[in-house]
Ligand binder design. Sequence first.
Ligand SMILES: COc1nc2nc(N)nc(N)c2nc1C
Length: 308
Amino acid sequence: IAEQARALRDQLNQYAYQYYVMDQPTVPDHLYDEQYAKLVAIEAAHPELITPDSPTQRVGGLIQEGFQKVVHDVPLYSLNDVFNQEEIIAFDQRVKKALGDQVTYVCELKIDGLSISLKYQEGRFVQGATRGDGTIGEDITENLKTVRSIPMTLKEPLSIEVRGECFMPKSSFVKLNTEREAAGLDVFANPRNAAAGSLRNLDTSVTAKRNLDTFLYTLADFGPLEVSDQYTALAELQKIGFHTNPERRLCQNVEEIWAYIEEFHDKRSNLPYEIDGVVIKVNDFSQQEDLGFTIKAPRWATAYKFPP
Ligand SMILES: COc1nc2nc(N)nc(N)c2nc1C
């Protein structure tokens, strides 16, 4: 029976990886539901077989008194913003003045959500925290366990720390506000506020019902991973179990960066999540190290913000 539970757990977690991380559902919902019901029945009869990474634990139910503070081993820095093409040209010139002309950039969408940091030990999710002031955040581990796209176990037994964004898809935001309005409750102003309110809720069963999602984009502590650039790091993050944003693109120069910005300025209203800009990064990690940081932000990245 323990073998049956483990087999069902692994199968259901693989379905979830395909659905939430690879955005490629492999089984119809009813088949997932049937196997899920079998696991619920086994765990009800044999609670000692319940494991932290069982899909049945995603529904939350813990009521917390408050959130502990977490000191980030690696501070979560912020980005310098730019607002037009001239400033991007200036960014590119500063970078090339320091590194020479052989620089490739990677462009990523800037998701309008909540920054989170996730820690894993030997492949197991051990702690999740908000950005806070960049040095001290709030421990929201229990809430993050209910976010389906956050893996409880990685595909490899890695001890790493990753950073990214937790957000509420537009469709979930509309559904939630419709329900709240019908219930005479205050509505959320925007998906970012809804995500923040859902994640930092002391009742994790509330978080579990809010259909939050994630896009991870930074390896803060690589552990044993040998990755030399950002574009490869994003592929690696996906391979080991994290949801990454598929719209990333390598750009050789300002023209390609600006083309990406214009493309997603036009596509913005049709994306299933809100974005407030584009993040441009020097792709190569050794070049990032050469450029380093100012007091608060990397010299090797900038955030282009769309006009309001
Ligand atoms: C390198 O540091 C960062 N990278 C980022 N990348 C994306 N896609 N979105 C962000 N919001 C973001 N924020 C920071 C501080």
